[in-house]
Design a binder for this molecule. Structure first.
Ligand code: GLP
Length: 244
């Protein structure tokens, strides 16, 4: 694991954007695994700036997102599809036909999960997977206790995740109880992984991911088994690294 401790959120976003931009330059038709949440927003904003200044193009880039709420459509303001359109896709020259997320409105969850896995394969696998970290150590929506062997699957969200994500919704009852998520096996298949972690509320989870035992109670800990992981965190998130 390569670990960069940056001063603050802004510095994390800058370093992450540079890393992603360099990979896009090296492979213009890169398959990027994208994450949602608040953590990568700063990185996406800088990537849009780099596109506006002519430094990078998304023309040939292909994207697959980690997860999507079940029951929310791409026009629902709380769906991850809507988020991606707003924050990145509508602001760069990406071909929307090359952007993929699980379909939250799928009628048959099992089929949707299988189709998403087939899609990952047909793209030739993920070159660079961007990840955030849940306060309980989840990656994507792989909650504590998820078997490492899982591929894309339908998840019952943990109560703590529903609470943590309620801030985006009018009230907590509107937070979907289920979501589609790439599984740990799908994520570990990526050639390179970039984990972004900011804020004190993630400090304990990050310490366990880096220094703790690898076990399914801390899904992110499985990253210790991947051969090419870069972690970029701020000082607040790194504050408990000495303790675990
Ligand atoms: C959410 C998402 C994850 C994200 C994580 C952290 O539940 N499913 O993909 O990484 O929680 O979110 P945030 O960056 O807002 O703290």
């Amino acid at each position: 694991m390569k670990i960069y401790k940056e001063r603050d959120y802004e510095a994390v976003s800058k370093r992450a954007a540079s890393l992603v931009a360099n990979q896009i330059k090296a492979k213009p038709d890169i398959v990027l695994g994208l994450a949602t949440g608040t953590t990568p927003i700063g990185m996406y904003k800088i990537l849009v700036e780099k596109y506006n200044s002519g430094e990078i193009s998304f023309k040939k880039v292909r994207t697959v997102n980690l997860d999507e709420y079940r029951g929310l459509s791409d026009t629902d303001k709380n769906s991850y599809h809507y988020f991606m359109n707003e924050i990145l896709f509508s602001k760069v020259d990406i071909d929307l036909a090359n952007t993929f997320l699980p379909n939250g409105m799928a009628k048959d969850p099992e089929k949707e999960c299988q189709a998403y896995e087939r899609l990952l394969q047909s793209l030739g696998g993920i070159d660079l997977q961007i990840l955030g970290l849940g306060e309980n150590g989840h990656i994507g929506f792989n909650e504590p206790g998820t078997a490492f062997i899982e591929k894309t699957h339908l998840v019952d969200l943990a109560e703590s995740t529903i609470h943590a994500n309620a801030r985006f919704f009018e009230n907590i009852d509107e937070v979907p109880k289920q979501a589609y998520s790439m599984g740990i096996t799908s994520i570990l298949g990526a050639k390179q992984i970039l984990l972004l972690v900011t804020g004190e509320s993630k400090a304990e989870a990050l310490a366990k991911v880096i220094n703790g035992p690898v076990n399914e109670e801390v899904p992110g800990s499985v990253l210790q088994r991947h051969w090419d992981v870069t972690i970029i965190c701020d000082q607040a998130a790194a504050s408990k690294l000495g303790e675990v």
